[in-house]
Design a protein around this ligand. Structure first.
Ligand SMILES: Nc1nc2c(c(=O)[nH]1)N[C@@H](CN(C=O)c1ccc(C(=O)N[C@@H](CCC(=O)O)C(=O)O)cc1)CN2
Length: 283
């Protein structure tokens, strides 16, 4: 029997989140007279990265915050980027720092992510933040995984006791989403490029997360009926990492591309920046 799968509408939820964030930002400004600031760092001229950073700046404006944009040339060295991050760490006006991934190949991205002060790591990219989150200690989660968890929570989809299969193990997506699902008591399998029996493992998934970065790499026929399908991919032509078409009438729920995980990434970054600003005034 087929039924229409529940559409996990990240675009609509991100709008709701923004409405709430706008009120919280107005309260911060009323109390302190200071507008919260997110610093965005873009290194080089990757057109997609330019678009994502612009979208983040626009989201800041929509909720009444500002963003300081640091745009560094393609030839920037690790040392130069570390110095730029250090300057933002020491700037009292800045509540959060976003370093757009990927950075040019000559840069040690890990060293630069880890230079971000923990209280300004609103994009959840530092090893310290990841470790704390994994241990269920307070930390800002990596933006896309935290956005996915918020979406599952909003639609009251059960996680505890479910078998979640994550395809991808990147530091800002696959690994953190696996730890977040584990913290919610899912049984988690992490698959990657060296996994030999991928279709077989995916067949077991109650929750499948596509985080592999390859267009429609995960085939609909590998996914069992009534699974919750989360597609964290975004590729030209409006497709993700999962072949979503055939699943729309046999999954329990699915995130569309576009309009699913992507908008939640941005809303989560902004929500965590607002939380950082609130923490600052409470301390
Ligand atoms: N430091 C980071 N770098 C990167 C992250 C991240 O979370 N932190 N994520 C991705 C890219 N990304 C944000 O940076 C991102 C990608 C896609 C979307 C999005 O909303 N996409 C739309 C469709 C695109 C469009 O309208 O043009 C959608 O899915 O509806 C948001 C953020 C890599 N780098």
């Amino acid at each position: 029997m087929t039924a229409t799968a529940l559409l996990l509408d990240g675009k609509a939820l991100s709008k709701q989140m923004e409405a709430d964030l706008k009120i919280r930002v107005a309260r911060i400004i009323e109390k302190t007279g200071v507008v919260p600031v997110l610093a965005t760092i873009l290194v080089g001229n990757d057109p997609s990265s330019e678009v994502y950073v612009k979208m983040k700046g626009n989201a800041c404006e929509r909720v009444g915050m500002t963003s300081v944009k640091v745009h560094l040339p393609e030839e920037t060295t690790t040392e130069e980027l570390l110095a730029a991050i250090d300057k933002l760490n020491n700037d009292d006006r800045i509540c959060g720092i976003l370093l757009q991934h990927p950075v040019p190949h000559q840069i040690d991205e890990r060293a630069c992510f880890d230079k971000i002060a923990i209280d300004k790591d609103v994009d959840g990219v530092t090893c310290l933040g990841f470790g704390r989150m994994s241990m269920n200690e307070p930390a800002y989660g990596s933006a896309t995984p935290a956005g996915i968890m918020e979406l599952l929570k909003h639609y009251k989809l059960p996680i505890a006791g479910k078998h979640a299969v994550v395809v991808g193990r990147s530091p800002i997506l696959g690994k953190p989403v696996a730890m977040m699902l584990l913290n919610e008591n899912a049984t988690v399998t992490i698959c990657h490029s060296r996994t030999s029996n991928l279709p077989e493992l995916i067949k077991q998934a109650d929750i499948i997360v596509g985080a592999v970065g390859k267009p429609e790499f995960i085939k609909a026929e590998w996914i069992k009926d009534n699974a919750v399908v989360v597609d964290a991919g975004y590729h030209t032509g409006g497709i993700g990492d999962i072949e979503l078409g055939p699943l729309k009438d046999r999954a329990a729920a699915y995130t569309p591309v576009p309009g699913g995980v992507g908008p939640m990434t941005i809303a989560t970054l902004i929500a965590q920046t607002v939380a950082s600003a609130e923490k600052k005034i409470a301390s």
